[in-house]
Structure formats: structure tokens, C-alpha cells
Design a protein around this ligand. Structure first.
Ligand code: HEC
Length: 476
């Protein structure tokens, strides 16, 4: 027995001495708070985890961060799965990888956090620390200071009252000339004391607006919307990032219009709370005309969703053929509680490509904007395909009771399966030009491959003029 154990003890001792060697070499390049961790927190965490931010605790000073080291290692290590921090769930091993405002952490940064948490959270040398970030009100608007802020009338939601769903007062936008909008962002302002220690540390305890589906329009004498003046805007949902439209596809905010919403959902946050929404518009310069039209196409299934109880990895599928050449600006999975993942695929001829796959956490609503050089350029005829992966088991903490079958519907206990992403259409000439720019910018050669641009590397042939051919053969 002893004999048989001996080799194992020996290998254990050898590996132990190996570990000592690793530790002593690590000491030379110790991972410290000031040198390695603070820059990560500044870039990816402190916009929320700061005094008065939406995160439940500030992650600014060493004293604030160190006690959370283990939890930070765990939450960041979830990477793209529900519960991950920062709340950004793009999968890094498949599809397009260049997104605007991507706060996600690299493998090296994740490893640094892990090492730091497991080596006694060394503070390090204050001289290595980056300049502290200055938190001021400008951080209220993630997309930058708006040119126009429209404020809705205040509403009060009393503690412990049932959810409310309905129409809010219409308010004038206050514009006397039409303007094209670059980005729109909505912030809830209320009388909740959100400082640390106030007992209002969770998002559910901080806000009363769950979402608002809204448009702008002129109103007729009955208060109804005048059809030709309606512009619909991306839905507001708590926790949502700003919506930045394609620079060549600005959205029109018309003079003399009102904010109109007959679909606001309010919930009690546990305290009597009075609040309103501030809608921040950033404009294109006067005289700007959009080059591209907004693509209005539904991609999803809101009718016959069927999710069995106590079962994970259940797939939902939806397809849509593009009738125009299309550029995809954002990918925005919209699922409900059982949603765990969504993938977007483009099928063109023999080419079947995954454009993006993201994890999904129904506590967080995220839109993912492609970088200009990575936005998919898809020829008409392409079929867009989304796949939703549903986890209706007790391993999904967002599902209240996984024994239940779940179907389609608007309520949180029923389901949606939609890509709410933004897209623009283009004509032949614009499409060719966009692809040419892509070839130039990415310096594409014949052996390259770009995801999301099936024709980028197709050799350009000059169109054959059939009529000329026919006439010339006749004259032969
Ligand atoms: C967009 C805002 C936002 C960003 C960015 C963000 N967090 Fe959070 N964080 C939250 C909110 C809100 C919660 C609580 C709700 C939840 O867990 O989803 C939270 C929860 C946490 C928790 C769990 C706290 C607990 O007591 O359970 C940890 C740990 C954490 N965040 C660390 C981080 C780290 C580290 C980063 C950066 C790498 C980060 N967060 C980035 C908003 C954010």
C-alpha cells in the first residue's frame, strides 16, 4: 500500500516545489491593486460602481474593493453568462468581435483579477495608480451631453402597490424645426436616496419605470397621432444603454411633435417614489440629410413560442429574407426570463455564417453596436436567422418556477423572442461603395475572409450589357 502511494506523494512534493517557484517568481511581478486592478475598474466598472451609481457598492478605493475580491473574481469570471460583470455578454470565440463601447475584460485582465484575489489582494504602490476618475453629472449621459432634453411629467408610484401599465401624459418636444437625431438616451430621475447604505442598493429598489414604448408625433384635435408625422424610437428599458443610430441613417424628430406613449410599465420599488424620464436627443448638424433609409423588418417570433418545464437548451428559431441590401447596425436580443443565449446568423447562397452570439440575462437589456468596419453588409436575398436558447430549469435564477410550461406574450411570465436591432437599407450603388470602402479600410486581399460581408471578396465584374450584345450579333 505504502509502496503504491509513494510515487503519488513524490509527485505531490515535486508539484509543491514547482508551486513555490511559481509564487516566488510571481512576487517579482506581483499583481497589485494600484498597478493592475484599478485601471480595469476605472475602464469597465466605475461608471456604475461609484458613489451614487447604479451598482450596489462603489468599487473605487482599495478599502471598498478588497473585501469584494472573491466575488469580483467570480462575477468577472462568468465572462458572457448570466450574472457576469460587467454586464456585457458577447461571446468571444465566435462571430464578429468589434463592438462600440465594449467594456468586456481580456483574458489577461481576468487572470490578473484572479491572481490578485488569490494572493491576498496586495495594495501595491500608490505611485502606480492611475489618475482617479472624476465623477460628475456629465456621466449621467453615456452618449454625451444632449442637444435637447425632453422631460416627461412626474408620476408617483406608492410603496407596495401593484404594477401599472398604461398611457402617460403627452409632452411637447419643443422643436420648431425638424432635426435629424444622432442618438437618443433616456434616464429616470426620481426622489430615491441612492447613496450607499440607503437600503436602495438594487436596481429594482432604485427605479419605478420598467419600460416605455414610445414615439413622437403631431397630435390632431382629438389628441390622436397624425400618421405622417410619427417617428418611432427604440423602447426605453431600465438599464438600457443609449441608442446610437447609423451616422448615415439619422432618425427624424419633427417640429411641433409630442412624446407619445400608451405603453408605460411602472412598478413599485418598495418606497413611495415620484419620478420622471429625461429623454436626451443628440442632433446631426442642420442641413444633414440621411444617406440610408431605416430598414423596417421584424425578426422574431411572438406567436407560437412553446417552452417546456424543467428543461434547458430549448431552441427557438426565426427567419427573415432581406428584400434590400442591408447594413446591420446593432444586434439586440430580446428574450424573457428563460432566455439564456441568442445567436444571429446570415445565410447567403452556400454561405452560412454566425455574425454574433451573446449570453442573455433578463436582468439586463443590452444592445450591441457593431464598429463601423465590422457592421454586416448583406446583399438582398440574404436570410437572417436567429436562434434563441432557453433554460427553463432551476439553474436559471431568473425563472420563478421552472415547473411551468411557458408560452408567448407581453408579460414577464410569458415570452418574447426578437432581435430588436437597428438596420439600414441601401441601393445597389451605395452597397457597392460600402463594400469597396470596406476592402480599402481593411486592406482585404483575395485570401482574406470577413465575417458578415459575403460579397466583399467576390471579384467585381462589370455588368454585361445584354442589349448591346444582341444588337451587335444581329448586325454581324
Ligand atoms: C452598467 C453598470 C455596471 C457595470 C459597468 C458593472 N456593474 Fe457590477 N453590478 C451592477 C449592478 C446593477 C449590480 C447588481 C445587480 C446585478 O447583480 O445584476 C452589480 C453587481 C455586481 C457584483 C455583485 C454584488 C453582490 O453583492 O452580489 C459585483 C461583485 C460586481 N457588480 C462587480 C463589478 C465589476 C468588477 C465590474 C467591472 C469589471 C462591474 N461590476 C461592472 C452594475 C454594473
Amino acid at each position: 500500500m505504502l509502496q503504491r502511494m509513494f510515487p503519488r506523494v513524490l509527485t505531490f512534493l515535486i508539484s509543491l516545489s514547482g508551486a513555490f517557484a511559481a509564487v516566488s517568481s510571481a512576487q517579482a511581478q506581483e499583481v497589485t491593486f494600484h498597478k493592475d486592478i484599478e485601471p480595469i475598474l476605472q475602464r469597465s466598472c466605475q461608471n456604475c460602481h461609484r458613489p451614487g451609481g447604479v451598482g450596489p457598492m462603489p468599487l473605487v478605493s482599495y478599502e471598498q474593493v478588497a473585501p469584494y475580491a472573491g466575488l469580483i473574481e467570480y462575477k468577472t469570471g462568468l465572462r458572457d453568462r448570466a450574472g457576469a460583470m460587467p454586464p456585457w455578454y458577447m461571446e468571444k470565440n465566435i462571430g464578429i468581435q468589434d463592438y462600440k463601447n465594449d467594456p468586456s475584460l481580456s483574458d489577461e485582465e481576468l487572470a490578473a483579477i484572479s491572481t490578485w484575489a488569490r494572493t491576498g489582494t496586495p495594495k501595491g504602490n500608490a505611485a502606480d495608480a492611475p489618475e482617479p476618475l472624476v465623477f460628475d453629472d456629465s456621466l449621467k449621459w453615456a452618449a454625451g451631453e444632449p442637444d435637447l432634453i425632453v422631460t416627461t411629467n412626474s408620476v408617483t408610484k406608492l410603496a407596495g402597490t401593484a404594477d401599472w401599465w398604461g398611457e402617460i401624459d403627452r409632452v411637447p418636444v419643443g422643436l420648431d424645426e425638424d432635426r435629424y437625431v444622432k442618438s437618443v438616451e433616456i434616464v429616470e430621475v426620481n426622489d430615491v436616496d441612492n447613496q450607499a447604505g440607503s437600503g436602495r442598493e438594487t436596481v429594482g429598489g432604485r427605479f419605478i419605470f420598467h419600460h416605455m414604448i414610445w414615439s413622437t408625433a403631431q397630435l390632431d384635435e382629438n389628441g390622436d397621432r397624425v400618421d405622417e408625422t410619427v417617428t418611432s424610437w427604440p423602447v426605453h428599458e431600465v438599464g438600457r444603454n443609449p441608442d446610437i443610430f447609423d451616422p448615415d441613417g439619422g432618425r427624424l424628430l419633427r417640429a411641433g411633435t409630442y412624446i407619445y406613449s400608451d405603453s408605460v410599465h411602472l412598478h413599485s420599488n418598495g418606497l413611495d417614489t415620484t419620478g420622471h424620464l429625461e429623454i436626451g436627443f443628440r442632433f446631426h448638424p442642420k442641413g444633414y440629410e440621411p444617406k440610408y433609409q431605416r430598414a423596417i423588418l421584424g425578426l422574431g417570433n411572438g406567436v407560437d413560442i412553446s417552452i417546456a418545464g424543467n428543461q434547458d437548451t430549448q431552441e427557438l428559431h426565426a427567419y427573415r429574407a432581406l428584400e434590400e441590401h442591408t447594413k446591420i447596425i446593432t444586434f439586440e436580443p430580446h428574450l424573457h426570463a428563460p432566455g439564456e443565449r441568442m445567436c444571429l446568423e446570415a445565410i447567403w447562397g452556400y454561405t452560412v455564417e454566425t455574425l454574433s452570439c451573446v449570453g442573455y440575462d433578463h436582468n439586463w437589456v443590452r444592445g450591441y453596436a457593431y464598429e463601423a468596419e465590422s457592421a454586416p453588409l448583406l446583399p438582398k436575398g440574404t436570410i437572417l436567422h436567429i436562434v434563441g436558447y432557453m433554460n427553463n430549469t432551476e439553474t436559471n435564477p431568473n425563472v420563478p418556477d421552472p415547473r411551468n410550461w411557458q408560452g408567448s406574450g407581453n408579460r414577464s411570465v410569458t415570452n418574447m423572442f426578437i432581435d430588436l436591432g437597428m438596420r439600414v437599407t441601401m441601393n445597389d450603388e451605395q452597397f457597392q461603395q460600402e463594400m469597396e470602402e470596406r476592402r480599402q479600410k481593411l486592406n482585404l486581399g483575395p485570401n482574406d475572409h470577413v465575417i458578415g460581408c459575403p460579397l466583399c471578396l467576390a471579384p467585381l465584374v462589370s455588368p454585361i450589357d445584354r442589349f448591346d450584345r444582341a444588337t451587335s450579333s444581329q448586325s454581324d
